[in-house]
Design a protein around this ligand. Structure first.
Ligand code: ZN
Length: 139
């Protein structure tokens, strides 16, 4: 049950949406934010951040997660899903949040990670998980 709609997850992602709206310049919001967790551990993530970290500090991202994403296409490359939608591998907020969790608890299956619903801070609306995330995390 990786999609976690419990109150804890909802409140944490909602607070993060509001935090982003308060602290980022308008027009500079991350496209999407999400919360990932396991047991009592929870971390926020924002889109673009995982790839930024991947590019800036070599080897700083969890190799298991990098490996799972690379099954579709190399990181930063395009992948076209069966419904012909194009994705850049690694951009999703889910990767940032999951990577932070995996830096604390590395011996965990990716499909055991819980995720809040993903939100677009600009509109405060829920964003559906993409095909890359569905395949990577079993969402
Ligand atoms: Zn995604």
């Amino acid at each position: 049950m990786p999609k976690d709609t419990s109150k804890d997850y909802y409140l944490k992602v909602w607070r993060y949406v509001e935090y982003v709206r308060r602290t980022c310049k308008k027009g500079n919001y991350p496209a999407v934010v999400v919360v990932c967790g396991i047991n009592t551990l929870k971390q926020e993530g924002k889109s673009g951040e995982f790839l930024r970290r991947y590019r800036s500090v070599n080897g700083s991202c969890n190799p298991h997660l990098v490996g799972a994403l690379s099954n579709l296409a190399p990181l930063e490359h395009k992948w076209i899903d069966p419904s012909r939608k194009e994705h850049t591998i690694g951009t999703c907020a889910e990767n940032d949040a999951a990577d932070k969790i995996l830096s604390h608890v590395s011996a965990v299956r990716l499909n055991a990670l819980h995720f809040s619903e993903a939100y677009r801070p600009r509109t405060r609306r829920v964003v559906k998980y993409c095909e890359v995330c569905k395949r990577t995390f079993g969402l």
